[in-house]
Design a protein around this ligand. Structure first.
Ligand SMILES: Cc1ncc(COP(=O)(O)O)c(C=O)c1O
Length: 488
C-alpha cells in the first residue's frame, strides 16, 4: 500500500477548508465558542479539527471511507489483517479482546501483573480468570516474563482454558517469548491475546524484541500514544488470526467505545502511522542509540543500577538507587526537584524512563547530569549526616496466587457490605485494590482477602501510593460480599 497517504488527515483538512455553517455537535463552533484562555493554550486549530461524523469524515463504528482507509494502512504497516482505531486507549482494546474471546463462565489464562483494564474486561464478560505468576526479577523487585513452560503446564492442567492473555512488554520493558507461547497456544487451537500497550514501536527495529504480531499473536492492543506520536487515549487493536471471529471483536468495540469518537485522536493515529512508515527505522535507530548512551554513562555510577536483560526493550530505562538508600518514589521526586526531569513511573525500588525518538540529545544529557547531581548531593548528605537505612522494601507486584472465590463479575454484582479493612481478612472482596503506579491490582473482586493482601495494602498506604478501585481510598474500610456459601 502507499504509506505516503494520510486519508483521515486529508479528510479533516478538506472539511475545515470548506468552512461550513455548522449546526452539528460539538457545540463550541470551532474557535468561536471557546474560552479565550483555552484557545490561547490549545490553539484554534485544535478546536477546528475537533469534529464529528460530518460530511466526508466517515464513522469509526462502521467505517467505509477515510477512517477505513487509514485503518487499512495501519494494518499494512504493523503487519495485521485488520486494524481498529481506538479512542479509549488500550484500556478498551483489552476489554474488547476479552469480550471477543471468552464469555460468561469461560476460562482465560491471565498473568497476575495484568493491567487493571483486564479486570474490567473480566467483569464485563463474566469470564473466569485462571491466574499465572510471571517470573520474578529479584534484583529490581519486579515482574519478569511469563515462562512458556508455565503456560504449557497451565493449559495442560486445565483443558477448559479458552484463551491466553499476556502483557508484553511490561511497563518495565520486559518481553515474554511470545513466539514460543503463540506456538503452544496454537497447537491447542487457543488464541493468544497480547496487551502490547508499551510496544507499538517494536516492529520498527531489528535491535528490539519482536512485536507480538511478528511473533504470531492473534489479537494485539497497542497504545500508539505511549511510544509513538499519537495523542493520549489513541490506540490500535490488531487481528491476525484464524481462531478469533473478527465480527465479535467489532461487536465488542461498539460496547466499550464512545459513540462520539474524537477526530483529533483518530487523525493523530493516521499521522503517527504515516510518520513511522516514512521514518520509523531511522527514528528507532536513534532512540536505541540514545538508550545506549544513557546505559553507558550510568554504568560508571556505583550506586545506581540499570536493568539490562536480553528479553527487554532497551529503550525502557529502569533505574534503581536503592543500594544508596533511595527508594524509587524518592528518586523520582529528587530527579524532578533537582533538574526538572519528569519520569514515567516509580515503585518502591525503581524509576522508569520512557525514551522515544521524540527525545533530544539535550534531554539525554539532562537526565544523566541530573542523576549524577542527585547522587552527588545524596553522597554529600550521607557524609555530613550519616547514611539512613531505608526500610526493607517489599515488592508490591509479586504476590502469591490469589484465593478466587467467585468470578470478578459475580463479585461486582453481589450484595455487599462495608467492613473495616482489618476485619476483611477471610472475607470475599467486592472491589479491587490497585496501587498506582504501576496499576497492577493486588486484590480482585471475588478474591478472598488474605493477611498478605492486607499487609500489601498497608504498605501501599504507608508509601502514599494512589489507590484505585475501592470506594474508600483511605482503605480504612473495604466493601466485601455479604456472607453466604460461595463456590466458583
Ligand atoms: C500494561 C498496560 N496495559 C494497558 C494500559 C492501558 O492503556 P491506555 O492508557 O492506552 O488505555 C496501560 C496503561 O498504563 C498499561 O500499562
Amino acid at each position: 500500500m502507499d504509506q505516503k497517504q494520510t486519508p483521515l488527515l486529508d479528510a479533516i483538512e478538506s472539511f475545515i477548508k470548506e468552512e461550513p455553517a455548522f449546526f452539528r455537535i460539538p457545540g463550541h463552533r470551532f474557535e468561536r465558542g471557546v474560552d479565550r484562555k483555552a484557545l490561547e493554550l490549545f490553539g484554534d486549530r485544535a478546536y477546528r479539527a475537533d469534529l464529528t461524523e460530518a460530511e466526508g469524515l466517515d464513522d469509526l463504528h462502521q467505517p467505509t471511507g477515510p477512517i477505513l482507509e487509514a485503518e487499512k494502512l495501519a494494518a499494512d504497516l504493523f503487519g495485521s489483517d485488520r486494524c481498529w482505531f481506538l479512542v479509549n486507549g488500550t484500556t478498551c482494546g483489552n476489554q474488547a479482546m476479552i469480550l471477543a474471546t471468552v464469555g460468561e463462565g469461560e476460562k482465560i489464562l491471565v498473568p497476575r501483573n495484568a493491567h487493571k483494564s483486564v479486570m474490567m474486561g473480566l467483569i464485563l464478560s463474566g469470564a473466569k480468570p485462571v491466574w499465572i505468576n510471571p517470573e520474578y526479577i529479584e534484583d529490581f523487585g519486579i515482574s519478569g516474563p511469563v515462562d512458556p513452560l508455565a503456560v504449557e503446564e497451565a493449559l495442560e492442567e486445565d483443558p477448559e482454558i479458552k484463551a491466553v492473555f499476556l502483557v508484553s512488554p511490561t511497563y518495565y520493558g520486559i518481553c515474554s517469548d511470545l513466539k514460543e507461547i503463540a506456538d503452544i497456544c496454537h497447537k491447542r487451537q487457543i488464541p493468544l491475546l497480547v496487551d502490547e500497550a508499551h510496544g507499538s514501536h517494536l516492529c520498527f527495529s531489528e535491535d528490539l524484541p519482536k512485536s507480538a504480531l511478528q511473533a504470531g499473536a492473534d489479537l494485539v492492543a497497542q497504545s500508539t500514544h505511549k511510544t509513538l506520536g499519537s495523542m493520549t487515549q489513541s490506540s490500535m487493536l490488531h487481528i491476525r488470526s484464524s481462531l478469533v471471529d473478527e465480527v465479535k471483536v467489532d461487536k465488542a468495540l461498539k460496547l466499550v467505545m464512545s459513540t462520539s469518537p474524537n477526530y483529533l485522536l483518530m487523525g493523530s493515529l493516521d499521522a503517527a502511522r504515516h510518520l513511522m512508515a516514512e521514518h520509523g527505522e531511522e527514528h528507532m535507530e536513534r532512540t536505541v542509540a540514545m538508550a545506549e548512551v544513557i546505559r553507558k554513562e550510568l554504568e560508571e555510577l556505583t550506586d545506581v543500577r540499570i536493568l539490562h536483560r536480553p528479553d527487554m526493550d532497551p529503550t525502557r530505562i529502569v533505574l534503581s538507587a536503592i543500594d544508596a538508600g533511595i527508594t524509587g518514589y524518592e528518586f523520582q521526586k529528587r530527579l524532578y526537584e533537582t533538574g526538572r526531569v519528569s519520569t514515567e513511573l516509580s515503585d518502591s525500588q525503581n524509576v522508569v524512563c520512557v525514551l522515544t525518538w521524540g527525545n533530544t540529545g539535550e534531554d539525554v544529557r539532562r537526565l544523566i547530569q541530573t542523576i549524577k547531581r542527585v547522587m552527588q548531593r545524596h553522597c554529600a548528605e550521607c557524609l555530613q549526616f550519616g547514611s539512613t537505612d531505608v526500610e526493607p522494601v517489599e515488592d508490591v507486584e509479586q504476590l502469591n496466587l490469589p484465593q478466587v472465590a467467585v468470578t470478578p463479575r459475580e463479585a461486582y454484582f453481589s450484595e455487599t457490605e462495608v467492613v473495616p479493612l482489618a476485619y476483611s481478612i477471610g472475607r470475599v472482596a467486592a472491589e479491587s485494590i490497585t496501587p498506582y503506579p504501576p496499576g497492577v491490582p493486588i486484590l480482585y473482586p471475588g478474591e478472598t482477602v488474605t493477611r498478605e493482601v492486607y499487609e500489601k495494602a498497608m504498605f501501599c498506604l504507608s508509601h502514599k501510593l494512589e489507590i484505585h478501585g475501592p470506594a474508600d481510598k483511605t482503605l480504612n474500610t473495604l466493601r466485601v460480599i455479604m456472607n453466604r456459601e460461595l463456590k466458583l
